[in-house]
Design a protein around this ligand. Structure first.
Ligand code: CA
Length: 428
């Protein structure tokens, strides 16, 4: 698939995250227009195409009713895969070189419908119905299992058979550039026998991809049908309180350790844009049960990195580089497994992939792994060291599928960590 050329020049440069091949969906506002309510928009080069405005003006339309008069893409998602494809073709034609001249040749319409990205504030792109997080990265599960249980018991006996997950909290999913406050919680400091209620001391990030469910389900769905239900993907940082987690996780899994915040990138990169980058999950060590077998490649080749910048530091340090294709289970397999209980899935459900670590140390997707539980602190470019995230640190996730002369970029998922709140007197 070559670069699709747009008449918007900035969309044709090899370093833009948002060429015409991408067309990711977001929600934005500006404070210098008559209408400062958040609108639905599509990133194209260094501009945002205001689709709420274009729908109001009758220039584009999806189905019978307005779908973009709300500050989220859920109503559009409900329209289903056929409508998604028709709309994408219509927008592509509006923006491509030699396509529909309606916007290209009307300076007033162009000025009203194209907003420079630098003037926009980005919001949550969809309303999160429910949030589930998985544990589907083999290198991550092996690393964490080795630290917690020793190398002989690193992978739990079910791990090669089931995409393990837990039901998380939709209420604390936040968009990039929202600050994250270090949590308080019950934890048992290392080397002591007594739990305390205190600020988390081992706060961490987890580099993940989030899959967005775009169609509802009733009853069990196959892996192939699950794949078709997935609308798109975002970068996802599953902030994790390791000391709270270590004390609380047995026997029911993570709870408060994972409930503080989950940061996502602001642009939904559609499954359609990622289609040329499909790749297979790795070879199976033990065969999967038939219901979980994939009929085709359902992972994606997406290069990922994590950067950390301490408060006051001149620049960030890239501390990890890995790829989504390292996962053992695809989002389609996870979604299929999620429905086996009969659990209905909803439009706007968010599925975290699990931490994406690669085979080598520089490919690890969390500080827990990078510093090996704090035993091998990481040295940043500034000379500072890190075992876990400190107050004032900014953690940035980035990702892109790399084509010939273009990239399908995700933008970034950025979060700065603020100090924990004081422990209230009545809790002391
Ligand atoms: Ca996670």
């Amino acid at each position: 698939m070559p670069l699709l050329k747009s008449w918007i020049v900035s969309a044709n440069t090899p370093d833009t995250d948002f060429p015409l091949n991408n067309l990711p969906y977001g929600v934005f506002s500006t404070d210098d227009t008559d209408d400062d309510d958040p609108h639905c928009g599509i990133a194209i080069g260094d501009q945002i195409l205001d689709v709420t405005y274009l729908e109001q003006e009758g220039i584009i339309g999806v189905g019978e009713d307005f779908v973009f008069d709300v500050p989220f893409w859920n109503i559009f998602m409900e329209e289903g895969p056929k409508a998604w494809a028709v709309f994408r073709a219509e927008i592509t034609d509006l923006l491509r070189e030699g396509g529909n001249p309606l916007l290209r040749e009307d300076p007033d319409l162009r000025a009203a419908a194209l907003i420079p990205m630098e003037r926009a504030v980005l919001h949550m792109p969809f309303a999160v119905a429910e949030y589930t997080d998985f544990y589907a990265g083999r290198h991550h599960a092996t690393n964490v299992g080795t630290m917690f249980r020793g190398p002989e018991n690193a992978l739990p006996p079910n791990w090669l058979h089931i995409p393990i997950g837990y039901n998380g909290r939709a209420s604390s999913v936040i968009v990039s550039n929202t600050d994250v406050r270090r949590p308080l919680g019950q934890l048992k400091p290392h080397g002591t026998d007594t739990p305390v209620f205190a600020a988390c001391r081992r706060f961490d990030f987890e580099l993940e991809m989030g899959a967005i469910v775009g169609q509802p389900s009733e009853g069990m769905v196959s892996v192939a049908d699950a794949d078709a239900m997935i609308f798109g993907y975002v970068l996802l940082n599953d902030w994790s309180a390791r000391d709270i987690q270590a004390w609380e996780y047995q026997p029911l899994g993570p709870f408060q350790a994972k409930a503080t915040a989950t940061t996502i990138s602001p642009w939904i990169v559609t499954a359609a844009a990622l289609e040329p980058f499909r790749t297979s999950t790795p070879a199976r060590e033990v065969p999967l049960l038939p219901y979980l077998r994939e009929p085709g490649p359902m992972l994606y080749d997406i290069a990922l990195e994590v950067a950390l910048q301490p408060e006051g530091a001149a620049k960030e340090t890239v501390i990890s580089r890995t790829n989504y294709k390292e996962m053992y289970y695809s989002a389609a397999q996870q979604l299929c497994h999620h429905t086996t209980s009969g659990c209905p899935m909803q439009v706007g459900d968010l599925l975290g992939s699990g931490t994406i670590s690669g085979p080598q140390k520089p490919n690890r997707g969390s500080l827990l792994e990078l510093s090996w539980g704090g035993k091998e602190p990481l040295t940043l470019d500034s000379g500072e060291t890190r075992s876990f995230v400190e107050d004032g640190d900014t953690v940035t996730l980035r990702g892109a599928a790399l084509g010939e002369g273009y990239r399908i970029g995700f933008g970034s998922a950025v979060g700065r960590v603020l100090p924990a709140p004081d422990v209230p007197d009545w809790a002391k």
